[in-house]
Design a protein around this ligand. Sequence first.
Ligand code: ZN
Length: 241
Amino acid sequence: MSAITEKPARQGRPAVPVAPLPEHLLHGYEHFRDERLPHERERLFEMARSGQKPETMVIACCDSRVSPEVIFDCGPGEIFVVRNVANLVPPYAPDDAYHGTSAALEFAVQALKVQHIVVMGHGRCGGVHAFANKSSVALSPGDFIGKWMTLISPAAEELGEQRPDETVDAYAKRLEFQSIRTSLDNLMTFPCISTLVERGQLVLHGAYFEVATGKLHALDPDTGDFRNVIDGSAPAAIVAA
Ligand SMILES: [Zn+2]
């Protein structure tokens, strides 16, 4: 039996090539340190001592235009956020696979005891468009996006096929809304979530941020439709479709 030789650990030096942080991030941090940190320091110190206690979890897309902390004007410690491609919640699946979103849900509900979970979709979602546009090709041999986006299939089945007179963009917008409803359904497949919802200790919400206008819509529990949170109007995409 041949001996397995291991590379000696290199103290203080990572085994993969890394570089100093990009300038724009350093400039951003300097601005945070000079302008925002003086106002946040006391709260951060207190949270470092006592831990985080966010009341709300937000499940949002990785899309760089749709930052929950920016949209809801939140400071450190206010919302617990998990972001993935197309803000999808997978169904409860206690198996041997790695479940990042489910792990975040478990921590938020069981450890942090959040009282609200918001699934927030958005307009012009690249993940949803990749699913809606059936001619999309895999970005790498792994096709991780393609596999991940199969989670949206139940929403697509609920909607039906793209209408003959409908553009891919219009169909994708309908799918963006429907996938939020499907993710909310999937949240209820987690026993720890459904139990707390049924006891009235946890409330689920759907939201949709329109990138082009900055408008925020919320799922109306009475009608199942999305409505503007300020004036109650229907999203323009739905009216136009
Ligand atoms: Zn997206």
